[in-house]
Write a protein that binds this ligand. Structure first.
Ligand SMILES: Cc1cc2nc3c(=O)[nH]c(=O)nc-3n(C[C@H](O)[C@H](O)[C@H](O)COP(=O)(O)OP(=O)(O)OC[C@H]3O[C@@H](n4cnc5c(N)ncnc54)[C@H](O)[C@@H]3O)c2cc1C
Ligand code: SF4
Length: 590
C-alpha cells in the first residue's frame, strides 16, 4: 500500500461541510488534503446550458446523484426485520462528486429557531415530563442560537442568500418572520420575485391570520459578490433547480461559493475518485493517524494526518465511524453506546390545488429555494399540548420547476394511464400548485443506524443499516399540519384539493421522495454517554476526529437542515483553529 506524505488535516468529502472546513483550515495556514469519492465538477462544463436541462438524464437517471451499485444503505422498519438494500434512489438522494448534494440541492436556507436548540427542556417546561413518550430520545443541543448566530450570518453571506430579515438586532421588521431569532443584520440580498402560487399563498395565509414571509433562498435575487470574492449571478427561474447543478452561477454551492478560492491555494489539494474506506487509529484507539482510501485506479493508499474531518454527509459520517471503531456502537436493547443513536428524518407531506384554466400556474417556471412560508405552527408558536404531539412544522409554497416526466400532478382518482389520464394531464398541468407541509421528526430509542450483518458494499465493507419507521407522534403531526394547510387553501376556491398526509399505521416508504434531510446517528451533546460528539463536533472518543453534518442533530426540526449544517461547520472550524491546533486534545472534558 502506498503511503502519502503526512498533512495537517485530511477531509473526507467535498460537499458543503468539506468546503467550509477546507477554507477555514487553509486560512489558518494548515496543509489540507480533501478526498472526494466522485468526479470533479464545475458549472463549466458539467452544468452548462443546454445539456444540463435534461429531465431524463438529471432527474430520472439521476446523473448527479450517488450511484447505489457500489455503496448504499440497507433499510428496515423495525429490529425484528431483515433490512433490504436501498437499490434505487427514492426517499432520499445522496450526492457524489465535488460539491456533493450541495450542487443539486434546492437552496432553501433556514436558521433553526432559538427554541429548537433546547427542545427537550422546552417541552418539559411547557408541558411536563410525561408529555414526552417514553421511547422518544430527544435532547437539547449543547450550543445555543446565540452561539451560532455569527456563523448563520456568515454562511448566508457566503451563499448570497435572498430573503427578508424578520427580527434584526431585536427589532421586528415588516414582511419578515416575526418569530425568528434576532439576526445581526439583514440577508445579503432581498427576496426573489413571487410566482403566482406564492402570491396566492400570501393571500390565503394572511386571511387565515398567519404571518407569511419569503423563504430564505440561496438562489440569488440579484448579482452578488460574496465575502470570498466569488461572483454569483441572478437566478432566472430556469425550472431545473432541485436535482441539477445550476447553469447560471445563481444557486449557492461549494463549487461556486468556496472552491474558486480554494483551488488557488498551495496548502490545499483536492483528490477526486478517492473513496475513503476507513479512518486509521493508533494502538490506544484514542487518536486517528489518518485514513485509507482507494484511488481512481483501485489502489489502496494511506493518507496520514494530524486531524481527520468526516465531511462525507450524515449517513456516511456515521458509516465511517462505525467501520473505524470510533466510539461505541449504539445498542437499542440496553440503550447504551452512542454511534448510530438518534437517527431522525423529516416529515414531508403535501397538498395539491387544481384550478380552472384561467389560473395560469405554469409550473415549468421554477426556482428551488424561493417561495413563501410561515412559522405560526412551528416552535413555540404552536401549542403542542392542544395539538397532542411534540414538534412543529412549516407549510410553504415552493415551485422548483415541474418537468414533463416527473412533474405531473393529476387529481386523486385519475387512472394512471390511458385517455382519461391524458385528459387530466391536459386540464391540470398548467393549472395546479402544490403546497408542502414540512414537519419536524423526533428521535426514538428504536430508530438507529448500525452495520448490516448480511450485506456488504463493493469494497467488502458491511453496509450501513437504517432502522426507521413513522411513529404515531409524526403521523399526528402530519395530519394536523395537512389539515391546517387544507383549511387555509379553501379560501382560494380551487376546483379540487388533493391532500397527501400520513395515515395512522403509515410505514416509511423508501420509494417516494421525502427529502434528503436524514439526520442524527453521531449526535452532538453534553454527555458522552448519550452523544458521539461534543459541542465542537469533536469525537468524545478520538479527539482528532471531527464530524460536521446533520449527523450531529439530536432530532430534526421543521426546517431544511443546511443553514444549520453550515453554521455548525463554521463553529467547529473556529474551535479547531483557535483552540485545537494550539493544544490538541479533547476540547470538552468528559
Ligand atoms: C435534491 C435535494 C434537495 C435539497 N434541498 C435542500 C434545501 O433546499 N435546503 C437544505 O437546507 N438542504 C437541502 N438538501 C440537503 C443538502 O444538500 C445537504 O444538507 C448538504 O449538502 C449536506 O452537506 P454535507 O457536506 O454534509 O454533505 P454533501 O454536500 O452531500 O457532501 C458529502 C460529500 O462526501 C462525499 N463522500 C461520501 N462518502 C465518501 C467517502 N467514503 N470517501 C470520499 N468521499 C465521500 C460525497 O461524494 C459528497 O460529495 C437537499 C438535498 C437534495 C439531495
Ligand atoms: S432556478 Fe435559478 S438557482 Fe435554480 S438552477 Fe435555475 S437559475 Fe440556478
Amino acid at each position: 500500500m502506498a503511503t502519502k506524505q503526512k498533512v495537517d488535516a485530511v477531509i473526507v468529502g467535498m460537499g458543503w461541510t468539506g468546503a467550509i472546513m477546507a477554507k477555514e483550515l487553509t486560512d489558518a495556514g494548515l496543509n489540507v488534503v480533501v478526498l472526494e469519492r466522485g468526479p470533479d465538477r464545475s458549472t463549466q462544463p458539467d452544468f452548462a446550458y443546454p445539456r444540463v436541462v435534461d429531465e431524463l438524464e438529471g432527474s430520472v437517471h439521476r446523473k448527479f446523484l450517488q450511484g447505489l451499485a457500489q455503496e448504499t444503505v440497507t433499510i428496515r422498519h423495525s429490529a425484528d426485520q431483515v433490512a433490504a438494500p436501498y437499490r434505487q434512489i427514492g426517499s432520499f438522494k445522496p450526492g457524489t462528486g465535488v460539491g456533493g448534494a450541495g450542487t443539486h440541492w434546492s437552496g432553501c436556507h433556514f436558521r433553526a429557531l432559538p427554541e429548537d436548540f433546547s427542545l427537550r427542556s422546552n417541552v418539559v417546561q411547557r408541558y411536563g415530563r410525561n408529555f414526552i413518550p417514553e421511547e422518544m430520545t430527544i435532547q437539547d443541543f449543547p450550543v445555543t442560537y446565540e452561539d451560532l448566530e455569527p456563523h448563520f450570518d456568515h454562511f448566508e453571506y457566503v451563499c448570497g442568500t435572498s430573503g427578508r430579515g424578520g427580527v434584526i438586532k431585536g427589532t421586528r421588521q415588516e414582511g419578515g418572520n416575526p418569530f425568528e431569532g434576532s439576526r445581526s443584520r439583514d440577508f445579503p440580498l432581498g427576496p426573489n420575485p413571487d410566482y403566482l402560487g406564492a402570491e396566492l399563498f400570501y393571500k390565503a395565509a394572511g386571511e387565515a391570520g398567519y404571518h407569511p414571509f419569503p423563504i430564505p433562498a440561496s438562489n440569488a435575487s440579484g448579482p452578488y459578490v460574496n465575502p470570498y470574492g466569488c461572483q454569483i449571478g441572478k437566478c432566472n427561474f430556469c425550472g431545473f433547480c432541485s436535482d441539477y447543478g445550476c447553469l447560471n452561477y445563481s444557486k449557492a454551492s461549494p463549487n461556486i461559493c468556496i472552491l474558486p478560492v480554494l483551488r488557488q491555494r498551495k496548502n490545499f489539494e483536492l483528490r477526486t475518485h478517492a473513496q475513503v474506506l476507513r479512518v486509521n487509529l493508533d494502538d490506544t484507539k484514542t487518536r486517528a493517524t489518518g485514513v485509507t482510501y482507494l484511488d481512481g485506479e483501485g489502489r489502496e493508499v494511506e493518507q496520514p494526518a494530524d486531524i481527520v474531518l468526516l465531511c462525507a454527509f450524515q449517513l456516511y459520517n456515521v458509516h465511517l465511524m462505525l467501520l473505524s471503531g470510533i466510539g461505541t456502537p449504539y445498542d437499542p436493547v440496553s440503550n447504551t453506546g452512542t454511534v448510530g443513536r438518534n437517527y431522525s428524518y423529516q416529515n414531508l407531506n403535501r397538498v395539491v390545488l387544481f384550478f380552472d384554466e384561467e389560473v395560469q400556474a405554469n409550473p415549468f417556471i421554477g426556482i428551488g429555494g424561493g417561495g413563501v412560508t410561515f412559522d405560526d405552527l412551528n416552535g413555540n408558536q404552536l401549542d403542542n399540548g392542544k395539538a397532542g404531539f411534540v414538534g412543529g412544522g412549516i407549510i410553504w409554497a415552493r415551485q422548483p420547476g415541474a418537468g414533463p416526466i416527473r412533474g405531473i400532478n393529476v387529481p386523486k382518482g385519475t387512472p394512471g394511464w390511458g385517455s382519461d389520464w391524458k385528459k387530466a394531464v391536459k386540464e391540470s398541468f398548467r393549472h395546479n400548485f402544490y403546497y408542502e407541509v414540512q414537519g419536524a421528526c423526533m428521535s426514538y430509542r428504536q430508530h438507529y443506524l448500525d452495520l448490516d450483518p448480511t450485506y456488504k458494499d463493493g469494497f467488502g465493507r458491511p453496509l450501513l443499516r437504517m432502522t426507521f419507521n413513522w411513529h404515531p407522534n409524526e403521523v399526528k403531526a402530519a395530519q394536523f399540519l395537512v389539515g391546517k394547510a387544507v383549511d387555509m387553501c379553501k379560501t382560494l376556491n380551487p376546483k379540487t384539493i388533493s391532500a397527501e398526509s400520513k395515515e395512522p399505521g403509515a410505514k416509511y416508504n423508501t420509494t417516494q421522495y421525502q427529502s434528503t434531510h436524514t439526520c442524527g446517528g453521531a449526535i452532538m451533546g453534553a454527555d458522552p454517554k448519550t452523544s458521539a460528539l461534543n459541542r465542537y463536533l469533536q469525537s468524545w472518543d478520538v479527539h482528532n476526529v471531527f464530524a460536521p453534518g446533520a449527523n450531529a442533530f439530536p432530532q430534526n426540526n421543521g426546517y431544511n437542515p443546511t443553514g444549520m449544517v453550515g453554521a455548525l461547520a463554521y463553529w467547529s472550524a473556529k474551535a479547531i483553529r483557535e483552540q485545537y491546533v494550539k493544544n490538541p486534545g479533547p476540547l470538552v472534558q468528559a
